[in-house]
Ligand binder design. Structure first.
Ligand SMILES: [Zn+2]
Ligand SMILES: [Zn+2]
Length: 876
């Protein structure tokens, strides 16, 4: 090859990204009759920069999209962003150094919107750099009115079906964010706290009782004290009255088997309310719900002198007071798991704030049935969603006391609470900005006030399959597109996004949202721990993309097994670059041999039939793995085939024919397998594949891009050709490795090669020339058998063993061993006899020397190499 140009991803990747946009090759065509493969792509949060997890996750989804496009599907793969809710609000509050409530409502919403918009352009660019083939023609973002309208209409329909209600019981509450949270938004985090042993006096003046609590600030809402009825040390307290410390409120001691007598003091105070256990007891004993903490996390009047303090300040103050008055006996450190806000990590409180709920617990069994109708890949992920559904104890609280999200489309009567639901035609509507369509409440004549509450973000994203399939906008397209084919997502949002989507689509359409779910894992820090700002181990993908390029990052993604978490390895990006370079160079060799598109010859050399048959097998296996989204397996097999079978063996074996112009078969096989491999690799490394296609194949191919050129044909297996080709491969590989072991260059000439074996002529007929040319032999002959003479070439003493065993005699023994007659054969036990100067004759065991043999035939000395069933005889 005269021109050894190099592949340069820095110039190539942006060039093809621009071309793909220009050619619109990733477009979904709603009018096409081709079978649709639709992807319910996770809309990316517009809350900030790309992290490694995104880069990985979206790339795996792109593998599926590119593969299905090559298989001839009309692929629906939208570019989309989730521009809603708390993540954006929390970022804006942080960046601007404000709290949402510090500025007027509409102004804060505007700040959030501007923040998100500023990121969307940048994030779209990042997708391009990664070579993601999302279609901007079916773009959406969840804060747009066209999307929020669908969210509101879906709510209106559920409301009318009786699936929505206002609940008046305690909910998870984040006092920092000032909003209710669904159970799925509560994360359990390990915290260190203190267990405080406080004194409850007996109302009848009896002995004092100790109670251990982590939350003494809740003493103001203490309503009951419980002990285990089987606890001999405390059962005498049952029915007695105690006085709460500080407040001196009379509370009764009751018996409850849920009390663990071995924890703390075995006596529990029941407050209204600190956690879910309290709530259970309150329900069980019909206690009133008293509020000690308000929505901002401050103590209320009930707390007496601590009213107005934050929870943390009040805890500190009451502990000080009890210490002074001798009511605090001791403190012990305690590690516990506490529920915290998923966004800001503030410990959650249980507060009674009326909220909108969607009925979900009663549909548990129906949702479980639907989960079974969906194919989960990998399958074990189905267990996770089933466990979550089985654990559901509460309905889904969908109202949030926030700002930047879809408004809840209703008005409430300020006097009687009567609800006026928006009509579908009114949506999208922000009821805080538009008066109700009725002037007065039909029940009491009072005034309607627009709801200031907004929806949980998952209310928007859980209808993505409905939005994508043109629900209520185009009945025909909805028929065609719903249910979607694939929901890809990560495992951390199974209990939210996956669960809520199945629930909602079931309630709205009665059908499952998709045929399949693909769940991918997380990317961990190189040490295997999760990446966290607090651990200082976050890896920013942007500098890596600048250093190695998009294909290299995609290569890393292609090495990760589906559903598993993976420690990041930068080394994989280096390997990605190396593979891209190899692909390009190999395809250039193919292109150089095929100046015209070769035709299939009527008769092929065995080795050509071999590579074509092996490639057919590869295509079938890769198809199987790709259908399961096991892309790591496909990539491993494909790159192994490219490096070894194709480049190391086949290309080497046919160079002499392919470039000499004397044979069409080799060129046909080079072209067919080369282009086929390139198509398979284009799923993973789209940029280099496009570059190589344009450089080496486009002149003979119609498709404008490799990405619309179709999947390679899985040519039928030819076992006979495979067996013959494997034999040739092994023979050549044997001779080549013998050459390098003996310091010879691979091009070094050898005078003669004989291949000996009973079936050598049958198996190797037609391949003599390929073998001879590749190993540079002057002559080649296939023989059934040949008479070989084996003789001893040299006897090599093993000094390390002779010395210790024979001490001062060892020098003489080794000299004698080397001078022994070479044809002298060892005794039956492998020993040799050696005569020393002093007349002694010693038997030297076989472990003290090595016998090097030489082999020759009547033609002279030769090297013997075994290759499968054959003996390869090389005459230098
Ligand atoms: Zn929070
Ligand atoms: Zn009213």
């Amino acid at each position: 090859m005269q021109n050894m140009a190099q592949y340069d991803w820095r110039t190539s990747e942006p060039k093809w990204q621009a071309k793909w946009k220009e050619w619109e090759i990733h477009r979904f065509d709603p009018k096409s009759n081709k079978e649709v493969f639709s992807i319910d792509n996770p809309p990316r949060y517009a809350s900030g920069a790309l992290h490694l997890g995104h880069a990985y996750g979206y790339t795996v989804i792109d593998f599926a999209a590119r593969y299905k496009r090559l298989r001839g599907y009309n692929v629906f793969f939208p570019l989309c962003f989730d521009v809603n809710g708390m993540p954006v609000e929390v970022r804006v509050e942080k960046v601007k150094g404000i709290k949402a409530s510090d500025v007027p409502r509409q102004e804060f919403i505007k700040m959030c919107s501007e923040f998100a918009e500023a990121h969307i352009g940048e994030m779209t660019k990042q997708f391009e750099v990664l070579g993601e083939s999302m279609d901007p023609g079916i773009y959406y973002q969840t804060d747009a009115e066209y999307y929020r309208r669908i969210t509101q209409i879906s709510f209106v329909r559920m409301f009318k079906k009786g699936l929505v209600y206002k609940g008046h019981f305690p909910v998870n509450w984040c006092t920092r964010c000032g909003t209710a949270l669904a159970d799925a938004e509560v994360n359990y985090e390990a915290r260190s706290t203190r267990l405080n042993y406080v004194v409850f006096k007996r109302a009848d003046g009896g002995e004092e009782v100790q109670i251990a609590t982590t939350r003494p600030e809740l003493l103001c809402t203490c309503l009951l004290v419980a002990v285990n009825p089987e606890d001999p040390a405390r059962s005498h307290l049952i029915g007695k009255e105690l006085l709460t410390p500080v407040y001196n409120r009379k509370v009764k001691v009751i018996a409850d088997p849920k009390v663990d007598p071995s924890f703390g003091t075995g006596t529990v105070m029941i407050c209204s309310i600190g956690d879910k256990d309290d709530l259970e007891w309150i329900m069980k004993y019909g206690l009133p719900l008293e509020k000690g903490i308000d929505e901002d996390g401050r103590m209320m009047e009930l707390a007496g002198k601590y009213a107005g303090m934050t929870v943390v300040d009040a805890r500190r103050a009451i502990i000080e007071d009890m210490k002074e008055n001798g009511l605090l006996l001791k403190q012990e450190p305690l590690d516990q798991n506490i529920g915290a806000c998923w966004r800001c990590h503030t410990p959650i409180e249980f507060l009674k704030v009326p909220q909108w709920f969607i009925k979900s617990v009663e549909f548990r069994d129906k949702v479980l049935e639907m989960v079974d109708e969906i194919v989960w890949k990998p399958e074990f992920m189905k267990i996770r969603i089933k466990d979550w559904i089985n654990s559901l104890a509460w309905d889904w609280v969908v109202s949030r006391q926030r700002y930047f999200a879809t408004a809840i489309p209703l008005w409430e009567c300020a006097d009687c609470g009567n609800v006026l639901l928006a009509e579908e035609a009114e949506c999208y509507v922000d009821p805080t900005a538009r008066p109700a369509r009725k002037e007065k409440c039909e029940v009491c004549g009072g005034k309607y006030v627009g709801s200031t509450e907004v929806f949980d973000t998952w209310m928007d994203s859980s209808i993505s399959p409905l939005y994508n399939t043109f629900w209520i906008r185009d009945e025909k397209l909805f028929e065609k597109l719903y249910p979607m084919t694939l929901r890809p997502q990560s495992h951390d949002i199974i209990r939210t996004w996956a669960y809520y989507t199945i629930l909602r689509e079931m309630l709205l359409t009665g059908e499952k949202p998709w045929a399949e779910v693909m769940i991918h894992g997380f990317i961990m820090a190189p040490d295997g721990r999760p990446m966290h700002a607090s651990s200082g181990n976050i890896i920013d993908p942007m500098p890596l993309l600048e250093k190695y390029g998009g294909d290299a990052m995609r290569y890393y993604a292609s090495t990760c097994a589906l559903g598993m978490d993976h420690a990041f390895k930068e080394q994989e990006l280096v390997r990605g670059n190396r593979l891209a370079m190899k692909v390009w160079n190999v395809m250039r060799l193919v292109g150089a041999a095929c100046k015209e598109k070769p035709h299939k010859p009527s008769k092929m050399h065995p080795i050509d039939g071999w590579i074509i048959s092996k490639f057919g097998e590869l295509v079938r296996t890769v198809e199987k793995h790709n259908e399961e989204y096991q892309f790591d397996r496909s990539m491993a097999l494909t790159q192994d085939f490219l490096w070894h079978e194709f480049a190391d063996h086949y290309v080497e074996l046919v160079k002499h024919r392919a470039y000499s112009g004397k044979d069409e078969g080799a060129r046909y096989a080079l072209y067919t397998v080369g282009l086929g491999l390139l198509k398979m690799i284009s799923v993973f490394l789209p940029h280099v594949a496009e570059d190589a296609y344009q450089e080496s194949f486009k002149a003979h191919e119609k498709p404008v891009s490799i990405h619309v050129s179709g999947w390679p044909e899985a040519i039928e297996r030819d076992e006979e050709a495979e067996a013959k080709g494997e034999a040739v491969k092994e023979i050549v590989a044997g001779i080549r490795s013998w050459k390098s072991a003996h310091g010879l260059s691979l091009n070094a000439e050898i005078s003669r090669v004989e291949i000996v074996g009973p079936k050598s002529t049958e198996v190797l007929a037609g391949s003599e020339d390929d073998i001879q040319q590749t190993v540079k032999a002057m002559a080649i002959e296939l023989l059934d058998k040949v008479a070989l003479i084996e003789s001893v070439a040299r006897i090599k003493p093993v000094y390390a063993k002779l010395g210790p065993a024979f001490k001062k005699d060892s020098k003489q023994i080794s000299e004698r061993l080397q001078k022994l007659q070479l044809d002298k054969t060892p005794a039956a036990d492998g020993s040799l006899r050696v005569a020393l100067d002093d007349g002694r004759e010693l038997s030297i065991g076989h472990e003290f020397f090595e016998v090097e043999k030489k082999i020759s035939s009547e033609r002279g000395e030769l090297e013997h190499i075994s290759a499968g069933p054959f003996s390869v005889l090389v005459y230098k």
